[in-house]
Write a protein that binds this ligand. Sequence first.
Ligand code: T1G
Length: 687
Amino acid sequence: MVRYEVRGRVALATIDNPPVNALSAAVRAGLAEAIQQANADGAVVAVVIAATGKAFIAGADISEFGKPSVAPFLPDVLDAITNSRKPVVAAIQGVALGGGLEVALACHGRVALAGAKLGLPEIKLGLIPGAGGTQRLPRLIGAAKAFPMMLSGEPISAGQALEYGLLDEVVSGDVVAAAARLAEVLAADGRGPLAHAIERLTEADHEAFEVLAGEALKKAEGMPNVPALVEAVRSVFRLPFEEGMKFERRLFLELVADERSRALRHVFFAEREVAKIPSIGPEVQPRGIQSAAVIGAGTMGGGIAMCFANAGIPVTLIETAQAPLDNGMNRIAAIYDISVQRGSLTPEARAQRLKRITPAVGLTAAATADIVIEAAFEEMSVKRDIFTGLDKVAKPGAVLASNTSYLDIPAIAAATKRPQDVLGMHFFSPANVMKLLEVVRPKEVAADAIATAVALGRKLGKVPVVVGNGFGFVGNRMLEQRTRATERLLVAGALPHEIDAALVGFGFKMGPCAMADLAGLDIGWRSRKARGIKAAVADAICEAGWLGQKTGRGFYLYPQGARTGQRDPEVEALIVRISAEKGVTRRSFSQEEILARLLDPMVNEGARILEEGIASRPGDIDIVWIHGYNWPAWRGGPMFWADGVGLDVIAKRLEAQAAEIGDKALEPAPLLKQLAAEGRGFAGLKG
Ligand code: T1G
C-alpha cells in the first residue's frame, strides 16, 4: 500500500490505499519502512511522501477504532518521520484530513496542489486529533488559528493554508516534483531537518486562544471532546512537546472509548451506507435534471422551490390561482430577506435565486420540466387530480414526485399511465433547511427514476434515504408511536413538561409536546380523525380551540407570541380530569421510565419496518431520525441506541407495558424478539 522508489537523490513513498488512502495498519507499516529505507540509503538525501487518487490521506482508518490496535501506531510512525535524518516533504493533492494532515505536519515541509483541502475533522467523530495535531499545528501556525480549525472540523483551502504558514508552497503542476525540489533545498541546507521547525507560540497568541476557548466551552453541549480539545491545545503553552504528545494521546484514547464517539463513528458509516441503493448499482444512470416544477406554493412547496434555486436549478412554482401564488412568492422573498439581514446571503445571490423561480398559474407550466414535485394539500383526491393532469402535460421521461408525508404512492401513481416515473420525495419542514429526504420507492417505479431522485437529493444538499411505500414511510411511522406513547403517559400521570424534559435531557432540542405545539396540533388531529383514531388528551385540547403556538396555546401557553411555552394550569387540570374519567389512578414517572416509554415503541416499530423492508438497513433508520427528527447524532440514532440498551431489555420492557396497558401493538416485533433471544443487536443485520 506504500510504493517506494528513488528518483534522482530523492526517495518517493507513494500511498496507494483506495478509495481515500486511510492510514490503515498496512499503510502505517509501509510509511515506517519507507523512512527507514531512505535513511539507510546513502544515495538518498531526502524523502517525499505522496499519494494516489482523490485524497492525499483522509485520516486514520475509522473502521479500526474500537478494535484491538495494531502496531506500528501512528504517533510512532510520525515520530520516525520528524526524527528522520533526511528531510521529509509531503506532496498533498485533494484532501489531507485528520491523521492525513498530522502526517504532513510531522514532515519538515509541505507542498500542495491548488484545490487541496486541509483539516482536522476529528471533532465530528466525538474525538480530538490523536497523533500530534493539537501539538504540532499550534506550534506551526499559532493556537489562535489552529484551535478554530480543530473546533469546527472544517477544512481550509490550500490558499488559506499557505497564508497561515501551514504550507510552504501551492503549485498547479506536478506536486511531487515540486515537493522533491523543496526536499533537496532542505537537504542542501545542511542544518538538519528539525532546524526548520517553526514555533509561533507567543503570549498574544495564548491570550487570543484563551478567549476562543472560553467561548467554545460555553457552547460545548455536554460533548466531552470540546473540553478535551481545549486542554490539549492549552498544553502547548505549559508542556514540552514530548509531554504534550503523551497528554494528547491519553485524552484521545479516552474519547475513542466514549459511547458518544462510537455513536458518531456509526453515523459516519451509516451516512455512507445510506447512499448505496439496494439492487440499484452504479450502472443505473440518473436522468438529467436541468429544470424542475413544483406544484403548490404553500410552506412546503415554497421551501422545495428554494432548494432548487439554491442549487442553481431553474424551477417553476405553480399554483391554481394568482393570490396563493403571490403569497408563496412573497413568503420565499421574505425568507431570503432574513438570510441577507443575517449576512448569510448577499443581496446579489438573493436576486439570482429569486430569478431562478418562475411563478405560474396552471399545470401546463410544468410541460418542459425534467422533474415535477407535487406539494399540494394532503388529500388523496387532490393529489390524484394533480397527477392525472400532470400525466397529460408532463414531458415523456419526466420524473413525477409527490411530497406527501404519508399517503399511498401507488394510489397516486395509478392516476397516471406512467407509474414507472412516479415516486415519493418527502421533504421535511422547513424544506430549505432540513437535510433529510425520504425517497419513497413504490414497486412499479423504474430504477433510474429512483437513482434520479437520490442524485438530485444530494445535489440539493439533502441526505436522501430510499424507503419503501407504507403509511408514514419510516420517520412519521415511528413518530406516530412516540406520539401515542406521549398520550399514554399523559393519561397515566405524567405532565407535558415532564415528558419534554426527559427527551431534552436525552439530547433532543425539543420534546414531543413542544414540537406538536410548534407544528400545530390540528395536523395530528385531522390525521387521527381521518383514520378514526382517538387521543383523549390531544383531542380535548384541540376541541378547546388550542392548536399550539399559532393560537397562543396548546400543551403550553405562549403569551404575547412567545416562542417558548409556559406550563398551563388549565391544560394540566384537563389532563387530570381525563385520567379520572378513564378511571386511571395517576402516578409519577421517573425521567428514565418516561424515556423508555417514549423510545421503546419507536424501536419496536423500527423492527417492523425492517421486517417489511420499508427500510433496508437499521442504519438508514438512524439517519432518518438524525437528519429529519433532530435525534442527537452523538446518540447514534434509535436502532443504534437500542443496541446499546440491549434488545433483551427493550423486549422485556415492551412486554411489561403491553401486559399493563393491554395493548397488543406494544408487544415486541418478531425481529426484535428473535434478536433479543439470540443475544444480538440490529447492528449485525445486513441490508
Ligand atoms: N477511514 C475509513 N474509511 C473511510 C475514511 C476513513 N478515515 N474516510 C472515508 N472512508 C471510506 C468511506 O466510508 C467510503 O467507503 C469511502 O471511503 C469513500 O468515502 C489520529 C483520529 C475523505 C472527504 O474524518 O470526510 O484521523 O462507503 O463516500 O464523499 O487524529 O470520506 O465506499 O465503502 O465519504 O468523496 C479523520 C473522513 C479520521 C475524514 C471523501 N478523517 N472522510 O468524501 O467519499 S480520525 C475524517 C471524509 C483521525 C487522527 C484521527 C470523506 C472524504 P464506502 P466517501 P467522498
